[in-house]
Design a binder for this molecule. Structure first.
Ligand SMILES: [Ca+2]
Length: 209
């Protein structure tokens, strides 16, 4: 008997996890934490695996919105996507211009302070700091609005094709937090709503690589 289908996949047991996602209505981007604390590079890899990148606060309003709305899940600090090439010239790994910062005190300098962290608890909450690459911290992932459905990360034309469906099914079956398209936080976190969500995002297209 063949039972593979949306309904059968919807019954797959997926462990409960903290996958709280929020969408910023101003830019349509999704923000969520990496599942585990790791190095800055590890967090960046996890962000890429989720279809995004370590968060870039390119405007004061984006930072303010995140501090008010992202569930930081008890973390005292998280990685952002900024780094210093060693010359005191900070940059976002995404390539966006680094035009704004909320350093606690003076801008960090030195080889032990080249990766940007965001303080998410205590009296310095909201301020940024420089840290060594090791952490470990969880990372704040930012996922662009139009590209969630580009599951396989392809850049050719068309960007969205059947490979993205296969990719989504595989990641769903694997319990990958990418598949939690609707951002639900209560079990089962992965269910049929995530298929509906994926289909809607696929239909909406993916115009920005
Ligand atoms: Ca951003």
């Amino acid at each position: 008997m063949r039972t593979i289908g949306v309904c059968a996949l919807g019954l797959l047991a997926v462990p409960a996890a903290s996958w709280g996602q929020v969408i910023n209505p101003a830019n349509g981007h999704t923000y969520q934490l990496t599942p585990a604390a790791t190095t800055w590079a590890g967090a960046q890899a996890a962000a890429a695996g989720a279809g995004g990148y370590l968060a870039t606060f390119t405007t004061p309003s984006e930072w303010q919105w995140a501090m008010a709305n992202v569930p930081f899940e008890g973390q005292f600090a998280v990685w952002l996507g900024g780094r210093d090439g060693g010359t005191g010239s900070w940059a976002w790994a995404s390539g966006e211009p680094f035009t704004f910062a909320v350093w606690f005190g003076v801008p960090p300098v030195g080889p032990a302070e080249r990766f940007v962290g965001l303080t998410t608890d205590g009296s310095e909450r909201g301020s940024w700091f420089g840290a060594s690459a090791t952490g470990p911290l969880r990372g704040l992932i930012e996922i662009g609005a139009a590209c969630y459905a580009n599951c396989d990360g392809s850049s050719g034309a068309p960007v969205l094709n059947v490979a993205d469906f296969t990719c989504f099914l595989q990641r769903y079956a694997a319990g990958d937090f990418y598949a939690n398209c609707d951002g639900s936080t209560e079990g089962p976190v992965l269910n049929v709503s995530d298929f509906t969500c994926f289909l809607q995002k696929y239909a909406a297209g993916c115009s920005v690589p």
